[in-house]
Design a protein. Structure first.
Length: 222
């Protein structure tokens, strides 16, 4: 029986209607945004060969050349993880998060937000905040490496949205991106073609911020 959830049902989130919506979101939205993020990863690595080499050198040291990276290697690849997180911060592929609704009237920073008001989280402003990220327009994976050389995540890098109802596929997406990103750079180096004058980060705004079509060379690594 496919009943829609009722507000007074404490287990309404387990009903078929909501579960179908969540699954559709994870498969449709997740696959599209992951693919677009990987396009940006290719573009950034092509534009920053020095950073690409640092990632590959780290993988050579930790993983070696005889196997592909695994999720179990993640904690031993701090620079690789930092570069991936910095790409997500710098691109801000979803400048505005999903709309939310105020459940009750609240006061915030001297402003009254009435019940039922539509709230649009500005993820771009959060991830480009110069207080949290000095020189925010600069691409620097080192932002997420501490004085001990360990990786750390900033709570202000929020590519999956904010609040209790943020992207339900966040954990899956993080695993997918790590595996795809490391496998790609383990096997290939991304090189700018000679006939391309410069790498541009111009994009196309739609449901998400996607890169304009570009050309790269996948150079197999030994």
């Amino acid at each position: 029986m496919d009943e829609k959830p009722t507000p007074d049902d404490p287990c309404s989130y387990l009903q078929k209607h909501n579960m179908r919506v969540v699954l559709n979101m994870m498969f449709l939205a997740g696959s599209d945004t992951t693919a677009t993020t990987m396009e940006w990863c290719c573009l950034y690595m092509m534009a920053h060969p020095d950073i690409q080499k640092k990632i590959q050198d780290e993988m050579n040291s930790v993983v070696g050349r005889n196997r592909l990276p695994q999720l179990s290697d993640k904690n031993n690849l701090p620079y690789t993880r930092a570069a991936l997180l910095e790409i997500q911060r710098h691109v801000t592929m979803l400048p505005l998060s999903d709309f939310h609704t105020a459940g009750n009237e609240i006061s915030l920073a001297g402003y009254c937000i009435p019940k039922g008001a539509t709230i649009v989280p500005n993820l771009y402003a959060v991830m480009r905040d110069p207080i949290s990220f000095p020189e925010p327009d600069q691409f620097r994976p080192e932002r997420f490496i501490d004085e001990n050389g360990e990786y750390f995540e900033s709570g202000r890098v929020v590519p999956f949205g904010v609040g209790r109802r943020m992207c339900p596929g966040e954990n899956i997406a993080k695993m997918e991106l790590f595996v795809l990103f490391t496998h790609l750079l383990h096997r290939f180096s991304l090189v700018k073609p000679d006939d391309v004058a410069r790498v541009t980060f111009e994009g196309i705004y739609g449901a998400q911020f996607a890169p304009k079509p570009f050309t790269t060379i996948f150079l197999p690594r030994n």
